[in-house]
Design a protein around this ligand. Structure first.
Ligand code: 3PY
Ligand code: MG
Length: 253
């Protein structure tokens, strides 16, 4: 497991966002110079079997794998860790109770109630024995709670203080919908930038990590200055489109 160690180095890490139900595609993303790849089971088209195969393909490329689970699927959070994912992002964590339920699934006792069975993870992370995995998993695997509503922002300090929550992950699109009272989606909304800055600094103060989905790659250095340590750049179709545009512009002069 290496994601936690990389984050502890206090550098901005960048994750690709895998939405196509293909381990080939996830492996291709992992072979690009991203620091890590996130497999999206909330809005992506992955099934459990393509997600689990993707974890292996990402790991084979020497990168850590992250999973975003669908809303409320804490059973899948434990399962993702059992399959070798190193971090789980849980969407719509809107209260301390939501954060506690997520942390319970992610951490072994005495912190939470994760059930024992990391046999597949041990096949990937071969430097661990069952005993050493048990001793280090609570510290090395990461529970990232998504802050993407007004309610979540109101509960931020409680969520950050929840035992077993390692960090928060801002979803600027849903946050913009909630912030506007449902009148629109505008993740680049000016008012939201102050909220995003506060989340970064309050996470840092609480000794937790802050991460965010960067709709515009040019925003990543600005998020870094706000204390964020992990940014998601784009989904696989967006990455292909951006690369194709650069190549076609060159080819067509
Ligand atoms: C959001 O912006 O709402 C997200 O969930 C990003 O993936
Ligand atoms: Mg969202």
């Amino acid at each position: 497991m290496q994601l936690r160690d990389k984050l502890d180095q206090d550098k901005m890490l960048i994750t690709a966002w895998s939405t196509s139900p293909s381990e080939e595609m996830a492996g291709a993303l992992a072979r690009c110079p991203f620091d890590t790849v996130t497999v999206d089971m909330q809005h992506g088209a992955h099934t459990e079997s393509t997600a689990f195969a993707s974890a292996k393909a990402i790991f084979a490329a020497g990168k850590p794998a992250i999973m975003r689970i669908p809303v409320g699927r804490n059973d899948l959070a434990s399962r993702a860790l059992d399959m070798g994912f190193e971090a789980v992002i849980a969407p719509m964590i809107n209260s301390v109770a939501d954060a506690e339920a997520f942390a319970n699934a992610m951490k072994y006792p005495p912190v939470g109630e994760r059930s024992w069975g990391p046999m597949k993870a041990l096949q990937l992370h071969t430097s661990y024995s069952p005993e050493s995995y048990f001793r280090s998993a609570n510290q090395k695997t990461m529970a990232l709670a998504m802050i993407e509503t007004r309610a979540a922002f109101a509960a931020l300090d409680g969520i950050l203080a929840t035992k077993g929550i390692d960090g928060v992950f801002v979803g600027p699109s849903d946050l913009s919908i909630s912030w506007s009272g449902g009148t629109g989606v505008d993740p680049k909304n000016k008012e939201l930038q102050e909220v995003i800055a506060q989340i970064g600094s309050r996470a840092k103060q609480a000794g937790k990590f802050a991460a965010i989905f960067a709709v515009d790659p040019a925003d990543v250095p600005r998020f870094g200055k706000m204390g964020y340590r992990l940014a998601a750049l784009n989904t696989d179709p967006g990455i292909i489109q951006a690369g194709a545009s650069v190549m076609l512009d060159k080819a067509r002069g």
